[in-house]
Design a protein around this ligand. Structure first.
Ligand code: MLT
Length: 302
């Protein structure tokens, strides 16, 4: 009988769908496997017994990979399982950056007692005018499960899509619309695109890649979107870019003291994967991978 411990309740969603030779423990020290969503495990003492950690999500930067490797603990993640949820929020982010939907909603709420609101709205709407995304150029840095999905939807919305990925897999290339311009140098994205969305993991070579040098190469009025990891952007440089007018909007899924409430920043509280469907997919995949390892010794990272 294997014992598992959940650091985040989401993991239970997956467990309820499985029957097997395991039981839940509230005591992490008894656990053979740990299921985790976003809880940071870096300061955690890894239990002696622990054999596997499964992350219900794509990024593994909340898991101490080196410590796990030293102790022979196998780490699983669930790439692609929440790609739809993130894709839809990226598209929403582009629309939020282009149309003053939030300003309009707030105006209506603030004027709810105006008996002539319909009439007043007709006068006020000039203050909330926006632009369209059709015919604009979208640059995607990273063409993994999420980048590919964003690319294909953006094409259907009439955008011209550029994609950069030095590690593009054959599978990913196959799934990519033939209409996406696959560039071999990221500068081509910086120089040409009206919207730039980053979809890469946070590693040493990507940390802070959206910085002042990159921004200097971009078009005036570029919109930057970051639904991958906060530290991919040097946000102080991004704020400078907003102040100078070079960056029109920064849309991010990672609130912090630099961006929250800042003019030009549209910040949501890490909602990319927060849909019923994505949470369910991630939890099921994480549990399946972990149980298959604990019960059968199989290491399959889906
Ligand atoms: C991911 O890495 O896939 C996301 O951070 C998942 C999540 O929101 O938990």
């Amino acid at each position: 009988m294997f014992k598992y411990h959940c650091l985040n309740p989401i993991a239970d969603i997956g467990l309820n769908k499985f029957t097997g030779n395991y039981e839940k423990t509230e005591n992490v020290n008894e656990a053979d496997g740990v299921l985790v969503r976003s809880a940071a495990m870096h300061d955690m003492e890894l239990p002696e017994k622990l054999l596997a950690v499964a992350r219900a999500g794509a990024g593994v930067n909340n898991i101490p990979l080196d410590k796990c490797a030293e102790k022979g603990i196998v780490v699983f993640n669930t790439p692609g399982a929440n790609a739809n949820g993130v894709k839809e929020l990226v598209i929403a982010g582009m629309l939020l950056a282009s149309r003053d939907i939030v300003g309009g909603i707030n105006w209506v709420a603030a004027n709810k007692d105006d008996k002539n609101i319909a009439k007043t709205a007709e006068k006020e709407k000039k203050n909330f005018a926006g632009t369209e995304i059709q015919d604009k150029k979208l640059g995607l840095i990273g063409l993994g499960a999420i980048g590919i999905k964003v690319a294909n939807v953006a094409r259907h919305l009439g955008m011209e899509v550029y994609g950069y990925d030095p590690y593009l897999s054959v599978d990913a290339a196959w799934n990519l619309s033939r209409d996406v311009k696959h560039v071999l140098n990221v500068d081509e994205i910086y120089e040409n695109c009206d919207f730039i969305s980053i979809h890469v993991p946070l590693v040493e070579t990507t940390r802070g890649m959206l910085n002042k040098d990159a921004i200097a190469k971009m078009k005036e009025g570029v919109v930057l979107l970051n639904f991958a990891r906060d530290l991919l952007a040097n946000e102080e440089d991004v704020i400078e870019g907003i102040k100078s007018g070079k960056v029109r909007k920064y849309v991010t899924d990672f609130p912090n003291t630099i961006t929250a409430g800042q003019e030009g920043c549209i910040v949501v509280p890490h909602l990319g994967a927060s849909t019923e469907e994505s949470e369910d997919n991630c939890a099921k995949m994480a549990v399946k991978e972990m149980m298959d390892y604990l019960e059968n010794g199989n290491i399959i990272n889906s």
